[in-house]
Design a binder for this molecule. Sequence first.
Ligand SMILES: *[C@@H]1O[C@H](CO)[C@@H](O)[C@H](O)[C@H]1NC(C)=O
Ligand SMILES: *[C@@H]1O[C@H](CO)[C@@H](O)[C@H](O)[C@H]1NC(C)=O
Length: 554
Amino acid sequence: MIRAPVIAIGLALLVSCVCLAKPNGSKNKKPKQVVPAIECDVRAGKVNLPEFIVKCPSHCKESKQQVYGTGVFASISSICNAAIHNGIITNSGGKVIVKKMPGQNVYKGSNSNGLRSLSLPKWRESFVLSVGKPKKGVIYPSTLFFTPSRPTYVKTNPPPFPTADCKVDLAFLMDGSWSIGKRRFKIQKDFLAEVAQVINLGVAGPMMGVIQYGDDPVTEISLKSFSNSRDVKAAVDKIAQKGGLSNVGKALSFVNRQYFSDSNGNRGAAPNVVVVLVDGWPTDKVEEASRLARESGINIFFVTIEGPDENEKLNVVEANFVDKAVCRTNGFYSLPVSSWFALRKAVQPLVKRVCDTDRLMCSKTCLNANDIAFVIDGSSSVGTGNFRTVLQFVANVTREFEISDTDTRVGAVQYTYEQRLEFGFGQHNNKADLLNAIKRVNYWSGGTSTGAAITYAADQLFSKSKPNKRKIMIVITDGRSYDDVRAPALAVHRTGVIAYSIGIAWAAQEELEYIATDPDKEHSFFVDEFDSLYKFVPKIINNICQEFNSQPRN
Ligand SMILES: *[C@@H]1O[C@H](CO)[C@@H](O)[C@H](O)[C@H]1NC(C)=O
Ligand SMILES: *[C@@H]1O[C@H](CO)[C@@H](O)[C@H](O)[C@H]1NC(C)=O
């Protein structure tokens, strides 16, 4: 039996003080601090040390790696971008000392040094940063030790995978089309069996199923059929090739509508991952089905084996089908494999990525799964200056979310006696456009019919909401409504809208409470003056996230 190479456990090399036992001889030079270099995407949580020094490269801002918090950061934040946010380094890089801290209940996002950090309600670990100049006599580790989130795989006897780190619901779409042939079909089965082995399946960790696609998709193994690697391997071995075309789009629709249902074993709290194995290219279109799957929170990976070469690209049904299907087009979700005989080499990279749950961007989160409607009071009492403050508030709340056609969408209605749709859901599909559109909203001035505005928002916005989005309404008003708000509010609550009310100055407390979803305390806010509105940005984000996190995910 071959033993797994032992990974050096880094904890022995903790911050070590250079003891001053020996007198300072002229030969006795200070030990030199070697500063390990890291990439922009390294998150503090990945480094298994309580305190360490690193060197950041330049241009991390452009990497867009997320940062959560201000001053104290959640450990899922990029170290280098947190350091830029904090002003410890500039975008030209430099040295930083990272110190881990206990997790916090709230991380507040902010704009600082040209970098935007996000808010987060809760995380298990934090860190703080300081300038990369170690105190005298302190030497930090010259090598970093990363938390093992991947298996150390050895051919004959893989050591157990840390299953607790890889709690995903994983579905493979295997290619059963005639074009693939018997021999390659067998290679595909060996691949699946090896993945099942390496990833170490179990109810506390990853669960795995298989769908075979051809003309139509067929469930070979459901997510709840087996709960260990041995049983899944045996079941994979028994799969017989069905033949037919390579209808991947159809199979993705099936996965989205049926396979990942709770009754089929989908565990709410585990990210949904689909890995599509394709020989060559699909025979149908994948774009629409993939979009719907993304909206449902499914992370789609593509392993393309012997994809189309330059000449063959003309025959492909849908150009760039991989980019149209995968969760994100940053390369993380696409694994092109040059030949079937090289497929085996993809086992480890694939398992590593699938289990890197922090990076599964298409999982539903409180920041990416909403349709948010702002219902904005444009009555005369507000005034031009205050109206700009309200728009700033709308922009500041919006900025915290991930905006795209498959992530969070934002719409806005302005009202007086009348109502007008400023922009609908999905009209502006990226953050920059959306923030611009908010800025361009013109102050109307007139009366205050909040009830009619709520009904209008329901008709114009929420009627076009997608079933797998959380519907959130944020009503901002500075006065008592001329019409009844109670019935319109009840009606939208009944359609599943989560309603927030923000009252300023002359707003009526009881109306705010009618508008807000229960419990009122968490959904209804009041401030005396417009200048204090900004205080509610983090409150609202926190509430939305807490509410999201307290519900089962799927
Ligand atoms: C050794 O040198 C350092 C400064 O380089 C000084 O702070 C320390 O007191 C010296 N120790 C002894 C024992 O001379
Ligand atoms: C919006 O954010 C900016 C920048 O962080 C801040 O200066 C402003 O006070 C905020 N305004 C509101 C109303 O939230």
